[in-house]
Write a protein that binds this ligand. Sequence first.
Ligand SMILES: Nc1nc2c(ncn2[C@@H]2O[C@H](COP(=O)(O)OP(=O)(O)OP(=O)(O)O)[C@@H](O)[C@H]2O)c(=O)[nH]1
Ligand SMILES: [Mg+2]
Length: 444
Amino acid sequence: MSERDTICALASGAPPAAIAILRLSGPKVAWLAAQHLDCGIPAARHATLTDVRDAGGGLIDRGLAVFMPGPGSYTGEDTLELYLHGGAAVIEHSLSALTAHEGVRMAEPGEYTRRAFEAGKLDLTEAEGVADIIEAETRAQKAQALRQLGGGLSETYAGWRAELTGVLALVEVAIDFPDEGDAPQDTTAPILAKLDHVIAQVRAALGDGGIGERIRDGFRVAIIGAPNAGKSTLLNRLARREAAIVTAKAGTTRDVIEVRRVMGGHVVWIADTAGLRSTDDEIEAEGVRRAERAAREADLRIFLIDAEVPETSVLSTDYREPGDLVVLNKVDLQSAPSELNADHVISAKAGSGVDALEQAIADFVGKYAASVEAPVITRQRHRARLQDGLSSLEAARDALANDVGAELAAEDIRMALRQLGSIIGVVGVEDVLGAVFSEFCIGK
Ligand SMILES: Nc1nc2c(ncn2[C@@H]2O[C@H](COP(=O)(O)OP(=O)(O)OP(=O)(O)O)[C@@H](O)[C@H]2O)c(=O)[nH]1
Ligand SMILES: [Mg+2]
């Protein structure tokens, strides 16, 4: 097998910056240090001040070099970090000097962490935690990523796998040594109890209200109402920019328009939608279908009612849920007090009442996020595999309970072990690795 490439990349932010951190990992690292650093191979894990030179001896820059020999490094390979001046020319000169050598190239996105994963330094959920902490914009996202990076999810999944391995061993014993004398319940009852223990935990994790994914990807709020109610005006006010077109003509908005905000410490996607009405216009009708889909998929709906022409039929739609907000708009135009029992009374145009509405949205997401303390699922990928795992466990349970055959149950449990294993990356994950690591930035 040919030697693996040595990779290098800018690990710090875009130039110009005070400092650029270049990161190298792979078999040629020590050799590269000897070639390019006046100090030679730096003492392990010590910062060494040195001149950095190109192949012709030309000075690239002067900075600090830190050598971290494998296997005790992040990637498990020899790694070198160079702290240079963070200018574009320094970065270009050093990276081109390093990659001029055979077997040295620029790193792909996530390649350092992929190597760390392959060296057994991290499992897949921990690697995802690395990507998430870099992307984290809110403290809640950061806390969740840190927990994941610190092995919080790995422990849970590994714990379930250990329990299931125990159950599988019992089932296999029952297959190998069927005790003719015992009634089947005598042997299956304790196995079922152990299996049920895992099933209950997996079910509880799946029934978490999707909070982990929402903290990571954002909560969804949809503004719903009749045409001309002022939905786009409200969206623009919440977005603090002219994100959607506003006109006096009913039926202006056709597509769902989403804006992203941080509210109450969480990422929130606010969707403006087409006004709900029956129409012969094909495009508008599609807009209405999309509006209704957005309403169903949202975590919170704001039903916006025009105070001048209070059209309240939207309040009796089947997607209205208890926590949803009823908001009366255009109160600046309203002459008589409204009969409607609204949660908020606003003027989207003039801005009155909008602060209180924002606070209500923030309170809603804050309460929602706090309803599960440490969600086990933080991505759709985990949810899908866990759902498969639960189906296999339920099939195993049926097979055991109905005495259909311990062999079938054993096969289902093995399947569940593989499904849970693919979440943390201990089995059959070649296909998911590409997808997971491509989300990373280069240099991580
Ligand atoms: N006076 C007053 N006018 C408003 C208010 N909010 C919106 N409008 C006006 O109402 C009209 C419709 O506003 P939009 O925001 O486009 O309404 P919409 O609900 O998005 O309408 P569609 O996209 O057609 O469904 C525009 O002329 C706005 O300027 C308000 O609070 N007060
Ligand atoms: Mg609109």
